[in-house]
Design a binder for this molecule. Structure first.
Ligand code: SAM
Length: 289
C-alpha cells in the first residue's frame, strides 16, 4: 500500500510536516521498506492471535505492520517528540498502545500483564543500536513471559550473539544469549532500507526463548564469571586465563585438579569450549568451594 508509513515518500512527508530531526544519540534510523518489515514479522511468527511488544516505534513503520498482523501491540518509545506523530500515523489502528518510557526503566512485566493478560507475547523491534546488548540482556534476565524476540540489530552483534564455538564471533555474549534462547541470524538488511542510513551493517536476529536453560548450573553468577575469565585474553590458553583470574582464590595445582576433574584440557582456548563444557567446569569449581 502506497500510504503505508514505511515508504520513503510518506516518511519524508512526515518528517517535514512535524519538522522532525533525527537524534543520532537515540539510534534513530527508521525503516523505509515495507517488504523488509513484513519479512521481519514473518520470521517473528507474529499472527493474529499473538500480542507484540515493540521497543522504539519511531514514526510507526514497524508498529503499523505489527498492528495489521498481530492481535495487539504495546510499544515503548523514549522520545517524547514522536508521540504526536505516532498518534497521527497510527490513528487508523485501534489495537496499539504507545508508552512514553525508556525500555530500560519501564516496569515491562507490569505493563505486559496489564495489556496482554495471559496472551502469548513476542518482542519485535528495530532496536536503537547504541543499547542493543543492555536491552536484550535486560529483557532476557528478567524472565518475562515472552516466547521470542526478533530484532534488527548491528550485524556484527547479531553474529556474536548467534555464534558457535571455534568461530571468530564466539564469546561470552554468545553464551549469555544462548543460555536463555536459541539464537539465529535470519536476514541481513542493506543500509538503503533505512532513513538515515546507519554506518554499520544490519541483520535480523531471532531468539526463541527457552523454557529452561540447556545446561544445569549450580551457581549462575559464577558460571558467567568463569566464562568472562576464560575469554579474558582470547589468544591465551584456558589455563593462563584461569590462573590470572582466580590466582587469589585457587592455587595453580588446585586449578589443574579442577580442569582434570572436569576433563577439560588446559591448553585449549576459551573459544573452543561449548556451553556444556563451561557448565561442567563451573560445577566442578562450585563443588570445590
Ligand atoms: N521502529 C522504527 C522503525 O523501524 O522505523 C524506529 C527504529 S529506530 C532504529 C529506534 C527507536 O528507538 C527510535 O524511535 C528511538 O527514539 C527509540 N529509542 C531509543 N532508545 C530508547 C529506549 N531506551 N527506550 C525506548 N525507545 C528508545
Amino acid at each position: 500500500n502506497e500510504r503505508h508509513i514505511s515508504t520513503p515518500t510518506r516518511t519524508k512527508e512526515l518528517l517535514k510536516k512535524y519538522n522532525f530531526s533525527f537524534k543520532k544519540s537515540l539510534g534513530q534510523n527508521f525503516l523505509i521498506d515495507t517488504n523488509i518489515l513484513r519479512n521481519i514479522i514473518h520470521h517473528a511468527g507474529v499472527t493474529e492471535d499473538v500480542g507484540a511488544i515493540e521497543i522504539g516505534p519511531g514514526m510507526g513503520a514497524l508498529t503499523e505492520q505489527l498492528a495489521i498482523a498481530a492481535n495487539k501491540v504495546l510499544a515503548f518509545e523514549i522520545d517524547q517528540r514522536l508521540l504526536p506523530i505516532l498518534e497521527d500515523t497510527l490513528s487508523p489502528y485501534d489495537n496499539v498502545k504507545v508508552v512514553n518510557e525508556d525500555i530500560l526503566k519501564a516496569d515491562v512485566e507490569q505493563e505486559l500483564q496489564q495489556y496482554f493478560g495471559d496472551q502469548k507475547v513476542k518482542i519485535v523491534a528495530n532496536l536503537p543500536y547504541y543499547i542493543t546488548t543492555p536491552i536484550l540482556m535486560n529483557l532476557l534476565t528478567r524472565n518475562l513471559p515472552i516466547s521470542s524476540i526478533t530484532v534488527m540489530i548491528q550485524k556484527e552483534v547479531a553474529d556474536r550473539m548467534a555464534a558457535s564455538p571455534n568461530t571468530k564471533s564466539y564469546g561470552s555474549l554468545s553464551l549469555a544469549v544462548q543460555y536463555y534462547t536459541e539464537a539465529a541470524v535470519v536476514m541481513t538488511v542493506p543500509k538503503t532500507a533505512f532513513m538515515p542510513q546507519p554506518n554499520v551493517d544490519s541483520a535480523v536476529l531471532h531468539l526463541a526463548v527457552r523454557s529452561e536453560p540447556p545446561v544445569h548450573v549450580e551457581d549462575e553468577k559464577f558460571f558467567f564469571d568463569l566464562i568472562q575469565a576464560s575469554f579474558g585474553q582470547r589468544r591465551k590458553t584456558l589455563r593462563n586465563n584461569l590462573n590470572r583470574h582466580f590466582s587469589s582464590r585457587f592455587s595453580k595445582d588446585e586449578l589443574e585438579e579442577i580442569m582434570n576433574e572436569a576433563e577439560i584440557d588446559g591448553t585449549r582456548r576459551g573459544e573452543s569450549l561449548s556451553m556444556e563444557e563451561f557448565a561442567a567446569l563451573a560445577n566442578t569449581f562450585t563443588a570445590k568451594g
